[in-house]
Design a binder for this molecule. Sequence first.
Ligand SMILES: Cc1cc2nc3c(=O)[nH]c(=O)nc-3n(C[C@H](O)[C@H](O)[C@H](O)COP(=O)(O)OP(=O)(O)OC[C@H]3O[C@@H](n4cnc5c(N)ncnc54)[C@H](O)[C@@H]3O)c2cc1C
Length: 494
Amino acid sequence: MAKRVVVIGTGGAGLVAAIAARMSGAEVAVISKTSRGLGTCTAYSAGVFSLACGGVSSEEHYERTLKTGQFVNDPSLVKILSEETETALKTLAGWGVGIEFKRGMATVRFTARNEIMGGAGFVAELVSIAEKAGVRFEDWTVATSLRLLGDRVVGVEVQDWRTGRQECLGAGSVILATGGGGRLFSRTDNPSRITGDGYALALNAGANLRDMEFVQFYPVGWAEPGFPRWLADVGLVDYLRITDSKGDEFLKKALKEWGFRNGREGNLYARDLCARIMAEKDLEGGVYAHLEDLTEDQWADPYLEYCLTLDSRLFKGVRRPLRVAPLEHYFCGGVVIDGCGRTSVGGLYACGEAAGGVDGANRVGGNALSSVVTFGLRAGHAAAEEGRSGFETLVAGSARDFLAISEEGENPEKLRRELQEEAWAALGPIRENRKMERFLAYLSDFRARRIRVDSSVGRLQALEMEGLFMTARTVAEAALKRETSLGTHYMSGQ
Ligand SMILES: Cc1cc2nc3c(=O)[nH]c(=O)nc-3n(C[C@H](O)[C@H](O)[C@H](O)COP(=O)(O)OP(=O)(O)OC[C@H]3O[C@@H](n4cnc5c(N)ncnc54)[C@H](O)[C@@H]3O)c2cc1C
């Protein structure tokens, strides 16, 4: 009888793990809060992978990843990443996924229908491969907790947020591929459903998290009223002036001082330093991208559109400086795993952004998608080896509301926005002990708040409160413990 694997999440990590488990002979069910593959960071991504290929050796990739991560990384995971990503991507190419290899990188952008969501074609291809392989999908479904028997996971409690129907899916092994927790912050480029649920599921099951203080803020994001909260590539600094309010091209100068040749290199290896200086200048009076500098020839250059990261038609006719500032982008930390994605809880695996250890204190640009594929494959194969067989539906456990629900309660959307603003102020790109301590006090009162649920979206937002809350508390506690600045964790004035 086939082994039974439940995967939570349909971004790149969940889809790759599901296909790998299915190809290893397991029965596989995949849970997704949205329609499969949509609303994931993988679909939103630029679709660029960093790896050892095309003349870049695995030793170079390994050293760069450790150095950029300030040696906080788990070297055994980095070694796997550096040595196996090319083979992992070739495995996907063998499944029929469109991938182009270049020097030190690979891309899937050319399969996307537009320049903005460079990973959307990649995700659509993986969904189709999974469907053909016989993976079962449970869309519009939230994993609310893990069912344990002794120290083993035996099932996943789920709820269809549109109808409220609850059930418990029996599982021999479970893979957390829930992505990061970007929506904890008011300024982020992450989609709405990325709310740190995997961190809460793991903690409640007794698994450990690591490096949670290292939240990567992307240095350049549109901050102009009327423009979407979305990143713009640091490579923009190679095209036009990015200045502070006094007209000083501080970012370009700083990149040179730090030993980087251009914005492209800054984007790969120095997002932490760039985000710090951008955040400081933002506080001092604002940072501006001077679109009025661009010539007509430059407007026609496809690489400019890549750097603007929005359809360049949106900017046509804009010949003035636009305000830019950092935004939350990625969680370097996550669930502690071994090389096969195993956690300390029997039968529980994690991969992709939900897992920690690869990035250390700061991630190399392009390494997230490489981890998604390399560790997605490994976790899928390993999980398929474990556990019991045959799908069964267990009796659903009694649901427990994280925040009490009452008719007089607060609107969940409003409460979520308040938490996001508080988290940005306390845990954003520039941190202070005093503010983080105050935030933890705010969180301890938060549990007593009541919410009103009068729509299906309200039900979904209520279910997401625990992930947001536990992510907030874990990041704040980890950040307070680390007393000095390191990587993406930047304490004011240090
Ligand atoms: C704008 C942008 C551009 C980026 N560009 C790049 C790039 O070019 N290269 C690179 O390496 N990295 C890039 N990144 C980072 C990278 O895209 C992500 O780290 C990576 O895609 C995460 O993949 P994942 O599968 O782990 O999670 P995701 O793709 O985010 O998927 C998470 C899934 O989990 C589901 N989920 C979460 N909680 C639950 C729950 N409780 N129940 C059910 N389902 C749940 C979600 O609905 C979703 O389906 C970018 C990120 C962003 C936001």
